[in-house]
Ligand binder design. Structure first.
Ligand SMILES: Cc1cc2nc3c(=O)[nH]c(=O)nc-3n(C[C@H](O)[C@H](O)[C@H](O)COP(=O)(O)OP(=O)(O)OC[C@H]3O[C@@H](n4cnc5c(N)ncnc54)[C@H](O)[C@@H]3O)c2cc1C
Length: 212
């Protein structure tokens, strides 16, 4: 199972989004911005975030951002993830970690099939064994890793603004059509961000996500 951890998030993200929205409407002139962001007016805040949604003023969502560390996921999953170009990434280097120190991710369909599990486990162990042999011949990790399977575990830090996260959830949340592992990643990241910005990541706005 994928582990996710929130490393960093904009402080009071929804307040900042509300500020961005109000700024665009030039409400600063009559001092309204100060009131809106400094007073605890929860209903006002929700109404403003709703206005961002309804008016499709999605660039406001770029003002807040979050970094999530994901681990115990495969390089197959991260290969799909890094196609999302607007995130920034830091991923475990296979040049600095010896592959046999890492586990292989086992897909549920393989786990549920004893023969398939046996074959996959055998191949995984063989790949580690060949890796060790290559290393004993003096082959560096950057070349020895060529014999590792794509299913090997990795860890990756993902940084993006809320608009980018919304787009990622929009594309990857549901399986099918998304592959099960990246869907699990999307669902877990969504769970973390929902706590910090419920009015941004709430499913009630999901019909509008397709435009984000
Ligand atoms: C179910 C599923 C199946 C897939 N199957 C395949 C497959 O078989 N083969 C394959 O290669 N990929 C596949 N993909 C990956 C997919 O094609 C995208 O590369 C990936 O999902 C990233 O999406 P994106 O480009 O919208 O996201 P991001 O890179 O995060 O971009 C976000 C948005 O920014 C804008 N944008 C970013 N860069 C540009 C640009 N250069 N020019 C114009 N606008 C830009 C676009 O509006 C884009 O939607 C699949 C994805 C899914 C969800």
């Amino acid at each position: 199972l994928i582990n996710v951890k929130l490393l960093k998030c904009t402080e009071n993200p929804e307040r900042l989004l509300e500020f961005a929205y109000l700024l665009c409407r030039n409400l600063e002139e009559d001092g309204e911005i100060d009131q809106k962001i400094h007073l605890d007016r929860e209903n006002e805040l929700i109404a403003r975030i709703e206005s961002i949604w309804r008016n499709k003023h999605f660039s406001c969502f770029e003002e807040a951002s979050a970094t999530i560390l994901a681990s115990k996921l495969s390089r197959i999953c991260t290969h799909q993830l890094v196609r999302h170009r607007l995130f920034s990434y830091k991923q475990l280097s296979m040049r600095s970690v010896e592959a046999p120190e890492l586990q292989f991710i086992v897909p549920p369909t393989i786990k549920a099939h004893s023969k398939a599990l046996e074959d996959y486990s055998w191949l995984a162990e063989q790949s580690h064994e060949v890796y060790r042999r290559l290393r004993s011949y003096g082959i560096p990790p950057e070349d020895a890793r060529f014999c590792s399977l794509d299913g090997i575990e990795t860890q990756i830090a993902i940084t993006g603004n809320f608009r980018t996260w919304l787009h990622f959830f929009n594309m990857r949340f549901k399986s099918p059509p998304s592959q099960w592992e990246i869907a699990e990643l999307a669902q877990k990241c969504h769970g973390l961000l929902l706590e910090y910005a419920p009015n941004v990541f709430d499913f009630k706005y999901q019909p509008l996500w397709e435009y984000v």
